[in-house]
Design a binder for this molecule. Structure first.
Ligand code: PMV
Length: 327
């Protein structure tokens, strides 16, 4: 038997980094997905193949063995998948072997939640394969556990979007609320092509917050107010205000040191080309930026980001979270 599951990428519109410390954030699922195929094996190996990383490896009796590609690159990406699959095998009772194949259109390590989408899709596919009933809540918790392996203290926002989809208002203490009234948000994503570990970026923020608490605290409050104001703007479909809030949010993130030259170049190009607002999305320090633009300006902004050296694409928000594609 073979099962294919998929889960979406996300962009954080407002509040990344600050969300780790309890400030609200807004994120949405976009139309790029990770696909994971799971099938039974006759032995007890967990065999993982990534078409994107051009690598294949297996875990057996606590050992890791690379068969194709670079072990140093593959292992940290495969470990969280192993952890998620193990959680499901525990529910199953028997230690059975599984083949996992990953085929994802989400750029890796770029702030679009690729690791959470892969973990969520892998967990859903293996659950279905082994006939284990997993609720979305179960999948959310398993994905969060996997994300902890990826970057230590994740807020859970990536896992929430990859599992539940849609547009979410997220808080670490209160959980998440769907913002169902958010309609179509015209966004251009620009990928700097600079891969960076989220863990390092989160650490940078922790360090500056610990060193200058009185300076950083009001910035955190401002970030929270941005989200409150954004919710009102969504209700009125006020794109101008949303764009301005994105620019302010970017100013706060840059001030705290999590932006970088590659991002600033794309952000400036987007603004010059008529974007209503632009900011980094995710952990920063490379990775992706997003620009909000009126539909008639999308193409112009897309090209401007491309000319400035970024890989750009128009992203549409989608409602579907993790799902079984075929059995
Ligand atoms: O860059 P990503 O997709 O790993 O997103 C990280 C978002 C942070 O707010 C920086 C960390 C988190 O866990 O919320």
């Amino acid at each position: 038997m073979e099962v294919v599951a998929s889960a979406p990428a996300k962009v954080i519109l407002f509040g990344e980094h600050f969300v780790v410390y309890g400030t609200p954030a807004i994120a949405l699922a976009i139309d790029k997905r990770a696909y994971v195929r799971a099938e039974n094996r006759s032995d007890q190996r967990l065999y993982i193949r990534s078409l994107n990383l051009h690598s294949a490896a297996y875990f057996e009796d606590g050992t890791f063995k690379i068969e194709k590609g670079d072990a140093k690159e593959a292992r940290p990406k495969f470990e969280p998948i192993k952890l998620a699959v193990e959680k499901i095998l525990k529910k199953h009772g028997d230690n059975v072997g599984v083949n996992i194949e990953i085929d994802s259109s989400i750029p890796i390590g770029a702030g679009l939640g690729s690791s959470a989408a892969v973990i969520a899709a892998a967990a859903a596919a293996v659950g279905e394969l082994l006939n284990i009933k997993l609720t979305k809540e179960n999948l959310f918790h398993i994905t969060c556990e996997g994300e902890k392996v990826v970057h230590g203290t994740p807020s859970g926002i990536d896992s929430a979007i990859s599992v539940f989809g849609g547009t979410l208002l997220f808080r670490t203490d209160k959980g998440f609320n769907p913002l169902d009234y958010v309609m179509n948000i015209p966004i251009v994503v620009g990928d700097t092509g600079v891969e960076r570990p989220t863990r390092v970026q989160v650490e940078k923020m922790r360090e500056i917050r610990e060193k200058y608490p009185k300076v950083v605290e009001p910035i955190m409050l401002a970030a929270g107010e941005i989200v409150v104001t954004a919710i009102e703007a969504f209700k009125k479909n006020d794109l101008n205000t949303l764009g301005r809030l994105m620019n302010i949010n970017q100013g706060l993130l840059a001030g705290l040191g999590v932006s970088d030259e590659s991002l600033e170049r794309l952000i400036n190009a987007a603004r010059k080309a008529g974007a209503l607002g632009a900011k980094l999305t995710g952990a920063g320090g490379g990775g992706c930026m997003i620009a909000l633009a009126r539909n008639e300006d999308l193409e112009h902004v897309l090209k401007a980001i491309h000319r400035a050296g970024g890989k750009s694409f128009v992203a549409r928000n989608v409602t579907e979270g993790v799902k079984i594609e075929s059995t």
